[in-house]
Write a protein that binds this ligand. Structure first.
Ligand SMILES: [Zn+2]
Length: 82
């Protein structure tokens, strides 16, 4: 999405806007990061991003890391007995 191509429909119809302050993410004391909405004007798909690299480094330092785990793969073709 950040590169201008919709992840969902592959169209070049992506627009971005800084979200309202209500969406700002508190990272740690006295540090808040803006959030940007990326929306495809073709299919309506939405993604949200923090674009400030410094804020992302703060999250790495202060938030709990989520290690990768093996999870059952699901696709749209999966049925309920998988
Ligand atoms: Zn789309």
């Amino acid at each position: 999405m950040k590169h201008g191509i919709c992840r969902n429909c592959r169209q070049q119809a992506v627009f971005k806007k800084k979200a309202d302050a209500d969406y700002a993410i508190p990272i740690k004391t006295l540090s808040v990061s803006a959030v940007y909405h990326f929306i495809c004007a073709n299919c309506g798909y939405i993604e949200n991003y923090i674009l400030d690299a410094g804020k992302l480094r703060q999250i790495e330092q202060h938030w709990e890391y989520v290690p990768p785990q093996d999870a059952p793969r699901r696709t749209d073709e999966d049925d309920e007995d998988g």
